[in-house]
Design a binder for this molecule. Structure first.
Ligand SMILES: [Zn+2]
Length: 267
């Protein structure tokens, strides 16, 4: 078996710049679209992608996959499957013999071929990084199961955002009330796997960030390890108040100092 270095034609220990350059050159050279009649082209192309993945960080790979003109087929992966890993079922377009003319060529087809949607399964590793190159396996292939390279896209989670350049970290915007922020509180916070309790200290300003170590995405290459969950405090200002809240706020206003005193003193 070749090492990733050998696959990319590099000396062991070459730097990231050299790895990237070698991958780009070979990926263009062996792109399956350029070798439609060579069934080994896809294997060769995927082997390059795997070698590249083995030698680079997830962030660099995601960037690279977006840059290299590679498989045009994209697969959307729900956030939960990107997190836990699993399988995604998709239909991908493949060339098939035209049923009307049996491949001889007719008005309904192009040179005897039509594009057919065929069911494929894509296995997703836990901690998937957007832009990763994956293999799709044909589900019910009669003449051997075809494989196609696909690029993974991750459907956004309604709760957790990814961070550019830190794909293993997740960001959660956490609304807190004025009284919680001022007086302090312990609040329940969802992580991708459980609900945890977070202590909000008295006097927490809007926008303050808390970090839960290991609360983020699983790390692709390091099973059992996770990125961080970054919790950003958002002060929840009610758009409307009921009479009780209004009385309480008016009472509060009587005791508030002027936060603009320092600004106005210089005028
Ligand atoms: Zn036809």
């Amino acid at each position: 078996m070749s090492t990733p270095w050998q696959v990319l034609g590099l000396n062991e220990g070459a730097d990231q710049h050299a790895i990237k350059a070698a991958y780009r050159k070979l990926a263009r050279q062996y792109h399956p679209d350029l070798h439609p009649d060579d069934p080994t082209a896809i294997d060769r192309f995927l082997e390059l992608g795997e070698a590249y993945q083995a030698l680079t960080s997830p962030a660099e790979r995601a960037e690279e996959a977006a840059e290299v003109e590679s498989p045009s087929l994209r697969v959307e992966v729900p956030f939960a499957i990107a997190y836990d890993g699993g399988q995604v079922q998709v239909e991908l377009p493949v060339d098939a013999t035209c049923p009307s003319c049996g491949g001889l060529g007719c008005k309904r087809c192009e040179n005897g071929k039509v594009v057919k949607k065929v069911p494929f399964t894509v296995s997703i590793p836990p901690g998937l990084v957007a832009g990763m190159l994956l293999r799709a396996h044909e589900r019910n292939g009669r003449n051997g199961r075809r494989e196609l390279p696909v690029i993974a896209e991750i459907l956004p989670s309604p709760l957790f955002k990814r961070v550019d350049g830190q794909p293993q970290d997740l960001v959660l915007e956490l609304p807190v009330t004025i009284s919680e922020a001022v007086l302090g509180a312990t609040v329940r916070v969802p992580t991708p796997t459980e609900i945890v309790h977070l202590k909000i200290p008295a006097g927490t300003p809007d926008g303050k960030v808390f970090r839960i170590q290991g609360g983020g995405m699983p790390l692709l290459a390091r099973p059992g390890e996770h990125g961080n969950l970054i919790i950003r405090i958002r002060l929840a200002i009610p758009a409307e108040v009921n009479p009780g809240q209004r009385r309480a706020l008016e009472e509060l206003a009587r005791y508030e100092g002027d936060p603009r005193a320092g600004l106005l003193r210089g005028l």
